[in-house]
Ligand binder design. Structure first.
Ligand code: SAM
Length: 243
C-alpha cells in the first residue's frame, strides 16, 4: 500500500505454481523422462492420435511448457495451419521456445504467455485445444474449462491429459509409495529441489478423478465427453466436443 493504492492480494496458489515451474524449467524434460520412466511419451502419443489434428488446423497447446505436443502438432498442421504454444510461466515458455527453435520448428508456431483462466483469443477460433499435465495447476479449473470451450470452433475438440485416479488397489498402493518417496528423492538428486516434486505429488492427489472431471467438462459446455485410462488410471485422457 505504499503508493496509496490498495494492493491486489496475490493468489497463494498462483505464486506457488510459479515458483515450482521457475525452479524446474531447466530440468523439466529430463525429470519427465526419469519420473515417468519414459511413459509420458506414450501418453502424449495417444493424445495426438485422439486429437484428430489435420493439415490446416488451428491448435492451441495451453500449459504447453517445453512443447512436446506442440512439436507434433506443428508437423501435422503443415504450413497452412498454426499452433500456439501458450503457458503462464515465462521460464517454461523460454525453455520451450529455445528447444523448438533449436530443432528447426518455428514457422507455424507462435509463443504466447497466457493464463488458461482468461485466454487472449477470440471465440470459436481453434479446431483443437489441448492441456497436458496443466489443469491440476490451474486455480479455477471450471473457469479455465469454460474459457477453453469458448475459443473452440463448433465441432472443435478439447483434450485434457492429466494424472487421475488409479483403477486398481495394487496400483494405488504402488503409486502412493512411488510418488511420496521416489519422486521427491529424484527431485532432490537430479534437480536439487525436493519441495517442487513434493508439490507435484500433492497436486496429483488433489486433482479431480475421472468422472468428476468428465462432469466438469460437461458443465463447461462440452458434449460427448469421454475418457480413456492409461497405465491403470494413473493418467487419463479426457476429450470433449463443442457442438
Ligand atoms: N504440457 C507440457 C507437458 O505435458 O510436458 C507441460 C506440463 S507442466 C507439468 C505444467 C505447465 O503448466 C507448466 O509449464 C506451468 O507453467 C503451466 N501452468 C500452470 N498454471 C497455468 C495456468 N493457469 N495457465 C497456463 N499454464 C499454466
Amino acid at each position: 500500500t505504499h503508493f496509496g493504492y490498495q494492493q491486489v492480494p496475490v493468489d497463494e496458489k498462483v505464486k506457488r505454481v510459479a515458483g515450482v515451474f521457475d525452479s524446474v524449467a531447466s530440468k523439466y524434460d529430463l525429470m519427465n523422462d526419469l519420473m515417468s520412466m519414459g511413459v509420458h511419451r506414450l501418453w502424449k502419443k495417444f493424445t495426438i492420435e485422439l486429437s484428430g489434428v489435420r493439415k490446416g488446423h488451428q491448435v492451441l497447446d495451453i500449459a504447453g511448457g517445453t512443447g512436446d505436443l506442440t512439436m507434433q502438432f506443428s508437423r501435422l498442421v503443415g504450413e497452412e495451419g498454426q499452433v500456439i504454444l501458450a503457458d503462464i510461466n515465462a521460464s517454461m515458455l523460454k525453455v520451450g521456445r529455445d528447444r523448438l527453435l533449436d530443432r528447426g520448428y518455428g514457422g507455424n508456431i507462435r509463443f504466447v504467455q497466457a493464463n488458461a483462466e482468461c485466454l487472449p483469443f477470440p471465440d470459436n477460433h481453434f479446431d483443437v485445444v489441448t492441456i497436458a499435465f496443466g489443469l491440476r495447476n490451474v486455480t479455477d479449473k471450471d473457469k479455465a474449462l469454460r474459457d477453453m470451450t469458448r475459443i473452440l470452433k463448433p465441432g472443435g475438440r478439447l483434450l485434457v491429459l492429466e494424472f487421475s485416479k488409479p483403477t486398481n488397489p495394487l496400483m494405488t498402493k504402488a503409486y502412493d509409495l512411488y510418488s511420496f518417496t521416489a519422486l521427491p528423492l529424484m527431485g532432490k538428486l537430479f534437480a536439487g529441489d525436493s519441495d517442487s516434486y513434493r508439490y507435484l505429488a500433492e497436486s496429483i492427489r488433489m486433482h479431480p478423478d475421472q468422472d468428476t472431471l468428465k462432469g466438469m467438462m460437461e458443465a463447461a459446455g462440452l458434449s460427448e465427453v469421454e475418457y480413456h485410462n492409461m497405465t491403470s488410471g494413473v493418467v487419463a485422457l479426457h476429450r470433449g466436443i463443442k457442438l
